[in-house]
Design a binder for this molecule. Structure first.
Ligand code: PMP
Length: 360
């Protein structure tokens, strides 16, 4: 069958060029005589891999010198704990609840202090982003927390919340490097790699330097203390070395594509193909308020569980896979990350149109 169009929410499609290059280097990485998987994380070739990856990421986003980049493990979920452990000096934080991942982070925050839910869109199954222009931000909040792109529900903050001067912490797992971003608006930005950047096993944190201190909650494990990782340039212990190597290749690929400006434009075009079709379809409906739609995750339904199931099954036969929606929304979800080619989205829309005609 060959390669399919993979609409999985994560782990997700990676650029074919990256996979082919990694395959070519698998047995003998650039004359070293071994694969990257087999080499010491303290070796010269690996030092070059991680340093180049960080330099390329800094260049792509435009990360100023007063931000640290960390390549960590434990997934985004581990940062749900690391964030309060490293930042909750007053033991107060404000969370904006826009989906399951934000809610999980908030619940984790509550283990360590007074994590307050100051806004939520749960009343309408997280199908929109609440108005965050004038929220009751806590006077003594150590930070305001958002999940910027809600993978399950398909919403995105297109405007960042007004934090009234408080530090903003954002989980960007499912929109990392999908468009240009002004990192100086964030105190901490982090995300798991397995959607837009690389394989599972790597989580990337970008942290304003003044927040990396020894003043962490009592009992914070050495590994979860950002200072441990920052002081050791992400090499305190053995890092997810092979994953970092693939991330580095994806950063190079993004630079070759023209950087975040160009990839952002392409993502807008791709998403428009799908949303324009949904907006005129008599069978399929998008589930999200239009102005809050994600460019990365597009949930849609027919309104009939049977038709949804038939669609997912027939799409799979046609080489369009992993379109089943998350169980909490039902229906379908197409994740169209950076590496999903425009042709894949066009083929999906063509297939949806054919399905619609067949079921008119
Ligand atoms: N945040 C978001 C926005 C996610 O989509 C996910 C995973 N799908 C997570 C956090 C959890 O990531 P991990 O599995 O890496 O812990």
């Amino acid at each position: 069958m060959g390669r399919v169009y993979n609409f999985s929410a994560g782990p997700a499609v990676l650029p074919e060029e990256v996979l082919a290059e990694a395959a070519a280097e698998m047995l003998d990485y650039r004359g070293v005589g071994m694969s990257v998987m087999e080499m010491s994380h303290r070796s010269k070739p690996f030092a070059e891999i991680i340093e180049t990856a960080e330099a390329d990421l800094r260049e792509l986003i435009g990360i100023p010198d007063n931000y640290k980049v960390l390549f960590l493990q434990g997934g985004a979920s581990q940062q749900f704990a690391a964030v309060p452990m490293n930042l909750m000096r007053n033991r107060v934080a404000d969370y904006i609840i826009t989906g399951s991942w934000a809610k999980k982070a908030w619940k984790e925050g509550k283990i360590y202090g007074d994590a307050r839910a100051i806004a939520s869109s749960e009343d309408e199954t997280f199908s929109y982003i609440p108005d965050c222009s004038d929220l009751p931000i806590s006077e003594d909040a150590d930070y305001v927390y958002i999940c910027e792109n809600n993978t399950i529900y398909g919403t995105k903050f297109h405007t960042l919340p007004n934090t009234k001067g408080k530090d903003l912490v954002a989980d960007v797992s499912s929109c990392f490097l999908s468009e240009p971003v002004d990192i100086t608006k964030y105190a901490v930005m982090y995300g798991g790699a397995q959607k837009n950047i690389g394989p599972a096993g790597v989580v990337i944190d970008i942290i304003r330097e003044d927040l990396i201190t020894d003043d962490v909650l009592e009992g914070t494990p050495t590994m979860l203390k950002w200072k441990t990782q920052a002081d050791a340039d992400s090499l305190y212990n053995t890092p997810p070395a092979y994953g970092i190597y693939i991330c580095g290749k994806v950063f190079k690929w993004l630079k070759d594509q023209g950087g975040l400006e160009a990839i952002g434009k392409r993502n807008e075009e791709k998403a428009a193909i799908l949303y324009d079709y949904l907006d005129q379809s008599k069978l399929f409906k998008g589930t999200v308020r239009k102005e809050d739609r994600s460019l990365m995750n597009v949930p849609f339904v027919t309104g009939s569980d049977e038709l949804d199931a038939a669609f997912v099954a027939e799409a799979k036969e046609a080489g369009l896979v992993n379109l089943k929606g998350h169980r909490s929304v039902g229906g379908m979800r197409a994740s169209i990350y950076n590496a999903m080619p425009k042709a894949g989205v066009e083929k999906l829309v063509e297939f949806m149109d054919g399905f619609e005609k067949a079921h008119a």
